[in-house]
Design a protein. Structure first.
Length: 92
């Protein structure tokens, strides 16, 4: 559904480099004007240090996101997916 990177109405992205300085993507629903509530489906590839205690309890530490792909974004208010567009900070 959202695999065509040439689709300008597609608010989702392809695999992109992820850095600690990366800012989260803001979205706006052009159907209802929502700026705050979205359902975002993401596939993430990460590396993490798994630390098990002597008793076998797991504590995951030092998570590092290697790549992230936003598959789908839909508006939580009106349910539209095709009407959601990414915005930059200057549009607020």
């Amino acid at each position: 559904m959202f695999d065509d990177p040439a689709d300008s109405a597609n608010p989702t992205g392809t695999l992109a480099p992820v850095s600690p300085d990366a800012r989260p993507i803001r979205y706006r629903c052009t159907a209802c004007g929502n700026l705050t509530r979205f359902d975002v489906t993401v596939t993430r590839r990460e590396r993490a240090f798994h630390h098990y205690s002597i008793g076998g309890d797991l504590k995951v530490e030092e998570r590092e996101t290697l790549a992230e792909h936003v598959e789908e974004v839909s508006c939580r208010w009106c349910g539209h997916g095709r009407s959601v567009a990414p915005i930059d900070g200057s549009e607020e």
